[in-house]
Design a protein around this ligand. Structure first.
Ligand SMILES: C[S@@+](CC[C@H](N)C(=O)[O-])C[C@H]1O[C@@H](n2cnc3c(N)ncnc32)[C@H](O)[C@@H]1O
Length: 234
């Protein structure tokens, strides 16, 4: 991967940037995504945000080496602290867990006031991100599920100015994704069959473990999710 050729995961993320948007890539690490987006003319300008010194330095060096320092600002800081209100149209947060992505959005809410689009790629717990979007008046406008190197990645796109999406079975749609459920392609079947297998192994272990309130709640949650996914795959 380099700034001319991204991974399939990051290329899919970049494909949702609307023309002429100013973007912020939070947790940018090597800054491949903002360099690619600006270089390819997908974004007008970018901020690469990083909280950890090592990745911040590699982002800084990458942008300098690519001679893009006049259009990409590399900033060190936690989450949306690196962005000023009104400075960007689109925020990208990729390659983190769903809980961390929602924490970053929740803690930086005031920075989102003038943002039009969020492109979010949670490695796990995408349902937490969908729930946060719903609770915070962001309309999910597209989703992709891709497989790369044996791993599955969900990419969620949300816009401010879209019509409200009508959920018919909230639990199921938050877990599996309303758009992904609509298409239910081969990758969808493979991902959820693999999740089902893992959940059944965990359930089996919980059955053998000493029962207490915590394990009972976990079992109930797993049984419910297994039933939702089995129904969706049938
Ligand atoms: C696994 S990497 C993903 C890098 C890149 N976004 C991608 O998708 O390939 C996650 C990066 O997010 C950074 N990070 C984690 N929490 C952060 C936060 N609260 N604010 C900014 N960056 C954060 C980490 O230091 C790390 O470099």
């Amino acid at each position: 991967m380099n700034i001319d050729k991204l991974s399939k995961r990051l290329e899919t993320v970049a494909s949702f940037i609307k023309p002429d948007m100013r973007i912020a890539d939070i947790g940018s690490d090597h800054a491949y995504l903002p360099c690619y987006a600006v270089n390819q003319g997908l974004a007008k300008a970018a901020i690469a945000g990083e909280v950890v010194e090592g990745p911040y330095q590699s982002a800084y060096n990458q942008v300098k080496e690519a001679e893009l320092s006049d259009r990409i600002a590399v900033r060190k800081g936690n989450g949306l602290a690196v962005v000023n209100q009104g400075e960007v149209d689109c925020i990208i947060i990729a390659g983190m867990g769903g809980a961390l992505i929602t924490d970053i959005l929740e803690n930086g809410k005031q920075k989102l006031v003038e943002v039009q689009r969020l492109i979010l790629q949670p490695n796990v717990a995408a349902e937490k991100v969908r729930k946060w979007l719903l609770d915070n008046n962001w309309q999910l406008s597209d989703e992709r599920l891709i497989e790369e190197d044996g791993k599955y990645y969900e990419i969620l796109v949300a816009d401010r100015d879209k019509n409200k999406i009508q959920y018919t079975n909230l639990k199921k749609e938050l877990l599996l994704g309303p758009y992904l459920l609509n298409s239910k392609d081969e990758v969808f079947h493979r991902k959820w069959r693999s999740e089902l297998n893992q959940w059944k192994i965990i359930l089996n272990e919980l059955d053998k473990a000493e029962s207490n309130e915590k394990t009972a709640i976990k079992k109930r949650d797993l049984i419910e999710k297994i039933s939702i996914v089995e129904e969706a795959l049938s």
